[in-house]
Design a protein around this ligand. Structure first.
Ligand code: DNO
Ligand code: MN
Length: 358
């Protein structure tokens, strides 16, 4: 497994490549061209420039998170072929640059959703948190304002300002889209990008819905084992894979992450490893990565992932906010660096245990 850290680029991230380089065991970054809106082509020169910036520091680009999907593709609007052509062009440019893993999501309107970006814990740190009762009481069209106020001035992934004014319009576009339609629109997209992915050996890694149930009555199609297997089967080729996000899948108690790893063997192309604390139904807090700090057995997850033959990029996911750091919520340096070290320990243990048993 290749340990990485997510990095939003010089202009947008509080964390520098130089800092990432000093975290033991981190070999690469998972990055993006954050300023390019969904639907536009990523120019080859921009990708190459980003790549040389990363390489100069002694790191590599281990994958992209995300090349976002335009809503016309998700809703199946008549303009979708135009946006799919642009997406294919971007994949071609990434392929030409030697980038082989692309994470994306197919969530309508909102990417991940939380009710609190800075919930105070008993140790004084803050975490992202979700409470269905609070979400149910929110007018989704006012959600952006609330999120912006608590994001420490950073732009949050999936909550980019250019979408800000358009929420009402977006909800309208999804009015006729149910789970089945959304699923078929995903399959249409996957079939269209298949040739370019196969040509360049690009692994597409769909991110599970976060949380793993419907939010604001919008459709959801990546919520657990069954829905994941349905997607993998619908376009049964190696390029069509998933991001194993333990925190997103783990938000739903019934999801057995180790079972999902075994079921999706060979089609997991990227892993987000983080813990989560289940509270009562529909409520959870994010946690430190340590198994003891949350509800997931991170050792069992890493061991199963290793045993499945997975050797792609992994990254710590959302960290707590600790030691007074001001950063994008979930994406500070300190707790993610602690997470990377802890996860590296688990990976080393899994590797050594396996080699001793043969
Ligand atoms: C949140 C992330 C998501 C994820 C996208 C993938 O912090 O886990 O924004 O990157 O859903 O496209
Ligand atoms: Mn994730």
């Amino acid at each position: 497994m290749e340990m990485t850290l997510r990095w939003f680029g010089k202009k947008f991230d509080s964390v520098t490549l130089e800092q990432i380089r000093q975290i033991p065991g981190v070999e690469g970054v998972i990055t993006t061209l954050y300023d390019i809106p969904a639907g536009e082509v990523w120019p080859l020169e921009r990708i190459l420039k980003l790549q040389s910036e990363v390489n100069e520091i002694g790191l590599k680009i281990s994958g992209i998170e995300s090349v976002n999907i335009h809503d016309a593709i998700k809703t199946g609007d008549k303009s979708r072929d135009y946006y799919i052509d642009n997406y294919i062009e971007t994949l071609k440019n990434l392929g030409e640059s030697g980038i082989r893993m692309v994470c994306y999501n197919f969530m309508p309107v909102f990417d991940w959703t939380r009710s609190d970006l800075a919930k105070k814990r008993e140790d004084g740190s803050t975490v992202l948190s979700y409470d269905q009762d609070i979400i149910d009481a929110i007018d989704p069209e006012k959600m952006f304002g609330a999120i912006e106020k608590k994001s420490n001035g950073f732009i949050l992934p999936g909550w980019e300002p250019e979408r800000l004014g358009k929420v009402k319009e977006l909800f309208k576009q999804y009015r006729e889209v149910d789970d089945e339609k959304l699923f078929h629109n995903l399959v249409y997209f996957l079939k269209a990008i298949r040739p370019v992915c196969e040509k360049y050996g690009i692994h597409m890694a769909i991110h599970p819905d976060d949380p793993a149930w419907p939010v604001f009555k919008l459709p959801r199609i990546v919520t657990g084992k069954e829905s994941i297997l349905r997607i993998l089967k619908a376009v049964d080729s190696e390029f069509n894979g998933i991001t194993l996000c333990t925190g997103s899948l783990g938000s739903k108690r019934e999801n057995d992450i180790c079972d999902i790893i075994k079921a999706a063997q060979g089609r997991i192309h990227f892993a987000h490893l983080r813990n989560i604390r289940h509270l009562s139904a529909g409520k959870f807090d994010e946690a430190a990565h340590l198994s003891r700090d949350g509800s997931l057995d991170m050792y069992a997850i890493v061991k199963t992932l290793y045993g499945s033959g997975f050797c792609g990029p992994v990254r710590p996911d959302h960290g707590r906010s600790i030691w007074g750091e001001k950063s994008m919520p979930g994406y500070g340096l300190y707790d993610r660096a602690l997470g990377a070290c802890y996860l590296n320990g688990l990976i080393e243990a899994a590797e050594k245990e396996e080699s001793e048993s043969v």
